[in-house]
Design a protein around this ligand. Structure first.
Ligand code: ATP
Ligand code: MG
Length: 385
């Protein structure tokens, strides 16, 4: 008698030779956390694979939706586990396809356990012949309707036909922490996803201008955070009221510099948050040339406010590529929901395309805003998933 389980292959962990065990431990722990709403008995890692045992195979559709979003996962296969014995493997392969409608199939065997007497190629051939005899269907190596996957691992055989592909990358919590500036637009959630995929833990910061603008951007950000928490459970969003500092800037600085100076204020608050939380970088959805605040000169003017590296994963993307990614991670609909952007609301007709750091720093030195920044931090709200 066999049992159903899930066999997970991971992505780049294999490259990290020395830290491999550490990476595997975190990856396994993450899988445990993500799957907590579904039944399973235990999760083990061996032979560069993670196994989830004691599952309810009828809920495969629920497992696969969650597994897809676990960073570091290359693929996951619903497997039937038995002792490694050719006859038994043939029988299970036939059992797995008996209720399926299909015209072509293939066997994809892998032998991790070199003690097993048949090579992968021999298994493909021998089991393929038996399955063909039973189902009378054609073999198609390139585009089979059904792919029967077999893995021989430590004296056991795993056989399955259902596989999902993940996003790869590195597991959550294997990197350090960064602050992601989330605007409720299309770009910043995508930028966040790209960095989550590298194992970095993200804490989010959103800046709004309520009551001058409505609170829709805050609600949109919360929905986006709920979606992004599918990739990193237990997500935190800090929500800052920026209006008072914006008013001061609008009072003291020429209107063409407003947006750059608003951005610098966001960067300053984000750096303070990074210091508070021991984060090591800021993440933004900036994209070269997309808007006036994203010319190279203005990226420079904005960066010079930061004492942390600002990582801009979308710098070189085209808008269409970003939109496709936003649709893939399901943040697009929330991002296009109507909202009043805190900078767009006060955008002058002719914003500065080439801001000068020294000039802006001089204006800022006259603002006497330290107390105001402290007040903004006191008034920030925290949203947790
Ligand atoms: P997005 O689609 O993410 O809003 P955008 O193309 O509208 O990007 P900008 O509005 O210039 O670009 O913002 C550039 C980046 O600055 C954003 O991707 C985000 O990281 C950050 N940012 C802008 N506005 C805010 C905000 N209100 N709160 C937090 N971060 C912001
Ligand atoms: Mg924006």
């Amino acid at each position: 008698m066999g049992q159903y389980c899930i066999l997970i292959h991971y992505h780049e962990l294999g490259l990290k030779k020395k830290n491999r065990t550490w990476f595997e431990k975190i990856f396994q722990k993450n899988i445990n956390t993500h799957l907590k709403s579904l039944p399973f008995q235990n999760i083990n890692t061996y032979a560069s694979r993670v196994f989830v045992f004691g599952i309810d195979y009828e809920k495969w559709n629920d497992y696969k939706k969650i597994l897809k979003n676990i960073m570091g996962l290359k693929n996951a296969i619903l497997m039937y586990k038995i002792d490694a014995d050719l006859i038994q493997i043939e029988n299970v392969a036939k059992m797995l396809i008996q209720d399926k409608t299909f015209d072509s199939f293939r066997i994809s065997a892998r032998r991790q356990d070199k003690q097993f007497e048949y090579t992968s190629k021999e298994m493909d051939r021998l089991i393929g012949a038996k399955v063909q005899e039973a189902c009378k269907k054609n073999v198609s190596l390139n585009q089979p309707d059904v792919n029967i996957m077999i893995e021989i691992v430590r004296g056991q055989a795993f056989i399955g036909t259902e596989k999902i592909t993940g996003y790869g990358g590195l597991p959550n919590n294997t990197g350090e922490t960064a602050i992601s500036l989330l605007s409720s637009g299309i770009d910043s959630p995508v930028a966040s996803f790209q960095i989550l995929k590298r194992g970095v833990n993200l804490v989010y910061a959103h800046f709004h201008s309520a009551p001058a603008t409505n609170k829709q951007s805050i609600n949109n950000c919360k929905s986006i955070i709920n979606r992004l928490s599918q990739f990193q459970p237990n997500t935190i969003l800090y929500i800052y009221p920026l209006l008072e500092i914006q008013k001061l800037i609008m009072d003291k600085a020429p209107d063409k510099l407003w947006v750059i100076m608003f951005r610098r204020a966001m960067i300053k608050l984000s750096c303070m948050l990074a210091e508070e939380l021991n984060a090591k970088a800021l993440i933004t959805g900036e994209n070269i040339g997309q808007v006036s605040s994203q010319t190279l000169s203005n990226i420079h003017t904005i960066s010079s406010m930061s004492n942390f590296p600002i990582i801009r994963p979308l710098a070189g993307h085209n808008k269409e590529e970003i939109i496709n990614l936003a649709k893939m991670i399901n943040t697009y609909e929330d991002s296009i929901a109507p909202h009043q952007d805190c900078c767009a609301f006060f955008t002058p007709i002719h914003p500065e395309l080439k801001g000068h750091v020294k000039k802006i720093e001089y204006i800022e030195s006259t603002l006497d805003a330290d107390g105001l920044y402290k007040e903004i931090i006191d008034k920030r709200e925290v949203y947790k998933t």
